[in-house]
Design a protein around this ligand. Sequence first.
Ligand code: SAM
Length: 278
Amino acid sequence: MAGILYLCATPIGNLNDMSQRIIDTLRDVDLIAAEDTRNSIKLLNHFNIDTPMTSYHEYNKVDKAKTLIGKLKEGINIALITDAGTPAISDPGEVLVRMCMDEGITVTSLPGPCALITALTLSGLPTRRFCFEAFLPSEKKERKRILEELKNESRTIILYEAPHHLKGTLKELFDTLSDRKITLCRELTKKFESIMPTTISGAMSYYEENDPRGEYVLVIEGKSFKEQDEEKQSGFAEISIEDHMKMYEEKGIERKEAMKLVAKDRGVSKRDIYNALL
Ligand code: SAM
């Protein structure tokens, strides 16, 4: 019988966040695949876990996945851990999970700490609808494309960021999204945890005086529907009602329906459009 791949979430700063189920699983499996074995050995020693380890990091994720799948097929049970948090969230793991699924290997996840969820719950911003962008891409063109996409995002936006890139990223966010609410969640679950609800410009001023330190999650307010409607309306205000009607009628939309759409676009009543066209 094939083995099982266990995704085991590990603490993002506070060792007490390690669940008993995960400790037991790490002791019981035959092998632990870790992002950085030198880093994970400290965690395993702390919990007296002496299961053999092998590395599974970003640079060997496809080749090593094949090796691990070979072992799983032989009946070996494997746990995957990363440096911190939930494996496969902005960590190696996604590829291994997909490849295991393609090979019919059972994968299960033992939930636990995850920086993005911890930050979202502490942000004070809407939590019902959110999007996670992890780290913005470092490649310039791709980064610009993602930022442009985020401009009209109405859900709460969550980003991961390293301290040495924080100031630059805040400036880019300000230039693209303009000023908005943002909560900077720093060193979550650690001794110097700090949660700073502010605005993008407020954060920029703060970091002119203070050096960014530690690990950050940025939680940013999405664009409000009101703002989106106003922008759309101001765009339409620049064309005449006749041209606006033509825009729809040329698409084959009936006059009555076109009047309805024009009224909606301009934030006025259908009667206003009717009267203006008389
Ligand atoms: N898999 C992890 C998780 O479940 O959140 C994320 C790993 S990702 C490589 C590392 C990034 O997560 C950091 O650069 C930082 O943005 C964020 N992060 C991890 N731990 C954090 C903490 N304690 N406080 C704030 N951000 C943290």
